[in-house]
Ligand binder design. Structure first.
Ligand SMILES: Cc1cc2nc3c(=O)[nH]c(=O)nc-3n(C[C@H](O)[C@H](O)[C@H](O)COP(=O)(O)OP(=O)(O)OC[C@H]3O[C@@H](n4cnc5c(N)ncnc54)[C@H](O)[C@@H]3O)c2cc1C
Length: 588
């Protein structure tokens, strides 16, 4: 097929080809579209996370040559940072071993149950795309068997509901990937011997899959960031391959069969995420899974640039699950509750602090950018529907909502509300604590636990001086010292009276009174994406006219239509995408 000059200039293909022509070896092949291809394979996979690695392995083992490009200098994506809690059901051999009866139909019924709502009224499953869920339900058990066959070891205990988020009410499905002897990316060392078969971590999922991909002959190109997808014409014709950036050089990789997008969502693209929620401005810089890998919406943007549609957008806006979370640690940029970076980790120089893990929120108060409290500090984040969370549960029945007590938890909404000055975003949230709190929590508020240098922690001998010291990138307006002093004095009076008259914190226990005082970063953390490119049952990407884009597949957080937290959705869609991509006819 020959591209006309005008089409070539309009498409990403033409632009990238021009750059390559200037700087790449003459031996590079010239494809029909006029692009100088530097590399070629049957299937090109973008991203080495929970979607990309299974997709690459499936395609390679079915006989396709596979190149996988990964933007980072290491594999694993957010998946390797994860808790490794994997809710794959539908009648797995694992479920059978523990006497749990499940089926594809039950998975489908659970994940499309319109009647399931959270105590704040938000529905977990109502807006799921039935075609996408049916495909997941039908491939769920096979994906589990695939993972085990490729070296993943699950903790030997009955499936439960620990670590899940919107995984269905009928039966327990959550399994836990054991780290075995693999090094943990958080520390650089293997887990303690007694925990290697009992703890749950994404290391236990992703190290074996990376090893399996290499063993199968998948060629993994690290430090290759996909920058565009080549299509025959801007909005028509088949996908031809991709352009990737490798240390400033453009590398064009031809895909004879298909390209699979597994780039992992949009949590760290400020403008993209604000399409879903205008409040998510730049101060939400503590994205979970960073700085290991970056969710910058590059897969979605590259797909949209050649005509792909976005899909199921409510799922990324609904207030359930862990899309936005309360931090679990304070004093460092990356405060996600279950992920800490230690010296020894490959990325500790970027993370800069371990953070102070909060055992009891009675030991601190939370204030906004202008030094005012906004909610009961002990309140939690949004909930989600998992096995047992609705009792009694009657599938697809209005009583599920009727039996629920409306009880919205507004902690995150209050934190994101802002200071009433016409700006979006809630601004920084600071944990204010004193040295008595430090003793009770047994904290060591010094590096490497906290990050003074980059302005995520401050200390002073008086409350007023502490407020004056809070100067950092995201502190848009100075914190008035008199505000913070008044807030702490009022809070201390609540400790005396035993009643939090402002926010109903259950019996405030401890005064903030013993210097030195501290302010630690405690701004909500963005966690995962539940909307992206429109896909069909085969994980083929669909355009704005409802037509399949030939040769383009997507799965995981970059795909839309599916409200389910993380790993099961991503691994299963990788499995589906790899299966169908490899079955495509090879283009000449
Ligand atoms: C701290 C944490 C804990 C979690 N715990 C759980 C849990 O217990 N259970 C659960 O189900 N889910 C969990 N999740 C969510 C789960 O890890 C993710 O939903 C899942 O990894 C998403 O898979 P993915 O393939 O879409 O993206 P990822 O796994 O993030 O992989 C995307 C990959 O693509 C690469 N990439 C991105 N852009 C490009 C580009 N332009 N070119 C080349 N490469 C690119 C990235 O570097 C990355 O390696 C957790 C997430 C985090 C951060």
């Amino acid at each position: 097929m020959t591209m006309k000059r005008r089409e070539l200039l309009l498409s990403g293909a033409g632009a990238a080809a021009g750059v390559v022509a200037a700087g790449f070896p003459a031996s590079a092949q010239t494809a029909p579209g006029g692009i100088k291809w530097d590399r070629e394979a049957d299937v090109v996979v973008i991203g080495s996370g929970a979607t990309g690695l299974p997709a690459a392995i499936v395609a390679r083992e079915a006989g396709s040559s596979v190149i996988l490009v990964e933007a980072q200098p290491h594999t694993g994506g957010h998946a390797i940072c994860s808790g490794g809690n994997v809710p794959l059901g539908g009648g797995t051999s694992y479920q059978k071993k523990w006497g749990i009866k499940d089926s594809p139909d039950l998975v489908f019924q659970d994940l499309t149950d319109w009647s399931v709502v959270e105590p704040n009224g938000f529905p977990d499953y109502r807006f799921n795309d039935r075609e996408v869920i049916r495909a997941f339900a039908d491939n769920c058990a096979a994906t589990y068997e695939f993972l085990v066959a490729h070296g993943v070891v699950f903790v030997d205990k009955a499936p439960d509901k620990i670590g899940g988020s919107s995984v269905g009410n009928s039966v327990p499905r959550e399994m836990h990937a054991a780290p075995m002897d693999w090094p943990l990316i958080q520390t650089g060392k293997p887990a303690a011997p007694e925990k290697r078969t009992t703890m749950s971590t994404g290391n236990g999922l992703m190290h074996p899959l990376a090893a399996a991909a290499k063993k199968a002959g998948v060629e993994i190109l690290l430090n290759h960031k996909m920058t565009s997808i080549h299509r025959a014409a801007p909005f028509s014709g088949p996908v031809l391959g991709i352009a990737a950036d490798n240390d400033g050089k453009v590398v064009n990789i031809r895909a004879h069969k298909a390209v699979i997008v597994g780039t992992g969502g949009s949590t760290n693209n400020i403008n993209f995420r604000r399409m879903f929620d205008p409040r998510l401005t730049e101060e939400y810089c503590g994205v979970a899974g960073q700085p290991w890998s970056n969710q910058d919406a590059s897969g979605e943007l590259a797909g949209m640039a050649i005509g792909a549609s976005l899909w199921g957008l409510f799922n990324n806006t609904g207030e359930f699950g862990s899309g936005i979370t309360k931090p679990g640690t304070v004093g460092g940029q990356y405060g996600y509750v279950n992920l800490r970076w230690y010296p020894g980790s490959e990325v500790f120089d970027k993370a800069r602090a371990i953070g102070l893990h909060v055992g009891d929120w009675q030991n601190l108060v939370l204030v906004n950018m202008i030094g005012k409290r906004f909610y009961d500090e002990t309140a939690r984040q949004f909930t989600s529907a998992n096995y047992g969370s609705i009792d009694p549960y009657i599938p697809h029945n209005f009583r599920n909502g009727q039996n629920l007590k409306f009880n919205p938890n507004g902690f995150l909404d209050a934190a994101l509300a802002g200071i009433g000055d016409g700006h979006n975003g809630g601004g920084p949230i600071w944990a204010i604590f004193d040295s008595a709190g430090v003793e009770r929590e047994q904290w060591d508020p010094k590096p490497p636990y906290v990050d003074y240098d980059a302005g995520f922690c401050f200390t002073a001998d008086t409350i007023e001086d502490l407020a004056k010291k809070i100067v950092m990138k995201y502190q848009r307006v100075p914190m008035p010292p008199e505000n913070l002093a008044a807030t702490i004095a009022r809070y201390n009076s609540f400790v005396d009276s035993g009643v939090d008259e402002d926010f109903g914190k259950p019996k405030p226990l401890h005064k903030i009174a013993k210097p030195p005082f501290y302010a630690g970063w405690a701004t909500p953390v963005l966690h995962d994406t539940r909307a992206g490119l429109r896909i069909n049952a085969k994980c083929q990407v669909v355009d704005m006219n409802g037509e399949v884009i030939p040769g383009l597949y997507c799965g995981g957080e970059s795909a839309g239509g599916f409200s389910l937290h993380g790993l099961a959705r991503a691994t299963c869609q990788g499995f589906i995408a790899g299966t169908h991509a490899t079955a495509e006819e090879r283009k000449a």
